[in-house]
Design a protein around this ligand. Structure first.
Ligand SMILES: [Zn+2]
Length: 505
């Protein structure tokens, strides 16, 4: 109002000045040199001058100044985003203070711009001298740094990739195994995942005795997406035979697109020969399974086994969780159908790392069956006595101890040995340290010699030294050094002494 008043004064002053000029022009008369005056009539005796209209009309400047309208003025401060760092999917509150710095109430339009895109406008009425806050909310849809702008102010907002923790959200509808004994075990997994699955793997292992935890891992074919569908078949022909009764554990690992892991609970199954209905004869250290025979069969087969095993004085205890399992098939052919990769003359096999024995007995082979049982159990006892990172025994020692458990050397073995001595066909003890011949006759001679060698050692030097020998092998030793340490002779020395014992030299 004050400014307008001043301008009105100025306008009046201008008008007064203009009128003074006019009056001057009217009073001076006679002069034709005044450019702003035009004579009405040169013939006029009393020349009169008319004031130019532009000189008498009030300047329009005065009207404009009078109708000017005042608007409110605002000051914009404190643009903030809270929080200014967040995860994609979260929301931040953006606020700004608007102060009316004029003397009239006014409306301010607050327009928030994010990365040059107008997000939202809000009209706010602010009284003269007052301050009001305007708020917005914003949820970034992707990670990055955003530039927020309102009025002359700017600030930034950081959006981070989501780092979801915890297990993948997975629903399992099928998790099972199928057995085709003795060839395959199939593993199948089905279900759904909230987030897309990027990887599925299967971990599994067996009840095999091991110094370190043995975990096998495979990555079967699977589709990437929300649907879980994976399967894998364990081919025993590729990895080696597993005996019936082996306990197998497995678990699936599922990774989703956020790198979150879901692991199915560890489950176990038995690799069973379901072709037969098994009966069981339970003893303190063993469970003997057989099929299609009277219940008396299991009892007859195991009767006297403890007595046989007392011939082997190894002082080994079988822990309860490693109780020996024995699977007795109806005959050798049936037994061979249950175990892969066997020499064709094999009648029984001890899976010493599993404490499982598998063999076949015809009804007329009960005596052989009892001897073989003692033989195979001894292999397990020797394994228990020597298990360790080394524990490498010469074959003649391992087989000789097993043969010794069977009882007195059979007449057949005595004949085989006598014939070999006469024909000078004895196999060297060094050769008997490694695997036995595939040829059945040579194999029989190898078993016979092994039996004789162990008989010589235990009957000449006793069981304490034999236990000492096994202890040295457990801790790791060459064959020569172990014998030297216990008996003061090496392999060659043993061969010489033994040959003298059996009358071969
Ligand atoms: Zn054997």
């Amino acid at each position: 109002m004050k400014r307008i008043a001043i301008r009105i004064t100025k306008a009046i002053t201008l008008l007064v000045i203009a009128m003074s000029i006019c009056l001057t022009l009217v009073s001076c008369g006679g002069s034709a040199s005044t450019p702003t005056a035009t004579p009405i009539s040169e013939s006029s005796t009393s020349p009169e001058y008319e004031v130019s209209s532009q000189l008498v009309t009030p300047t329009p400047l005065m009207d404009k100044e009078i109708i000017e309208v005042q608007t409110a003025e605002f000051e914009v401060t404190t643009l903030t985003a809270n929080p200014d760092t967040l995860t994609v999917g979260e929301t931040t509150d953006i606020s700004v203070d608007i102060t009316n710095i004029s003397e009239i109430e006014g409306t301010y339009t607050a327009t928030l711009t994010i990365d040059n895109d107008q997000l939202e406008s809000k009209d706010i009425v602010v009284g003269a001298g007052d301050t009001q806050q305007v708020s917005f909310t914003y949820s970034p849809v992707s990670a990055g740094t955003y530039n927020l702008e309102l009025g002359e102010l700017t600030t930034s907002l950081n959006a981070l990739e989501p780092t979801l923790s915890g297990p993948a959200e997975v629903t399992i509808t099928r998790n099972q195994t199928t057995t085709d004994f003795p060839d395959t075990i199939g593993f199948t997994l089905e279900g759904t995942s909230v987030l897309s699955v990027t990887k599925i793997s299967l971990e599994y292992g067996t009840s095999k005795r091991s110094l370190v935890s043995e975990v096998s891992r495979v990555e079967p074919d699977y589709a990437i997406g929300n649907k879980i569908k994976a399967s894998w078949i364990w081919q025993m022909k590729e990895t080696g035979s597993l005996p019936p009764g082996t306990s197998i554990w497995w678990r699936w690992r599922i990774t989703d697109v956020n790198d979150r892991l879901y692991t199915t609970p560890r489950q176990t199954m038995l690799f069973e020969d379901t072709r037969f209905n098994w009966k069981v004869e339970s003893r303190e250290d063993m469970d003997l399974y057989y099929h299609d025979r009277d219940s008396s069969f299991g009892q007859e087969l195991t009767d006297g086994i403890e007595e046989k095993l007392t011939r082997i004085e190894l002082d080994v205890d079988i822990p309860e969780d490693r109780k020996i399992q024995i699977f007795v098939y109806a005959d050798t052919d049936e037994f061979q159908s249950a175990v892969l990769f066997l020499q064709e003359w094999t009648g029984g096999v001890a899976f010493t790392q599993y404490n499982i024995i598998v063999y076949g007995i015809r009804p007329d082979q009960l005596d052989w069956g009892k001897r073989t049982l003692a033989h195979e159990i001894t292999h397990i006892l020797v394994e228990e006595a020597t298990f360790g990172p080394f524990g490498d025994l010469p074959t003649w020692l391992n087989e000789g101890l097993a043969e010794y458990a069977e009882g007195e050397m059979s007449e057949h073995y005595k004949d085989v040995l006598a014939t070999a001595i006469i024909n000078d066909e004895l196999i060297s003890v060094t050769s008997l340290c490694s695997g036995f011949p595939a040829n059945p006759d040579k194999a029989t001679l190898a078993y016979t010699q092994s039996s004789s060698l162990v008989t010589y050692l235990v009957e000449t030097y006793g069981w304490e030294k034999m236990r000492g020998l096994l202890e040295i092998f457990k801790d790791g030793s060459t064959y020569d050094n172990a014998l030297e340490e216990v008996y003061s002779f090496n392999i060659k020395g043993l061969e010489d002494e033994w040959k003298a014992y059996i009358g071969a030299i």
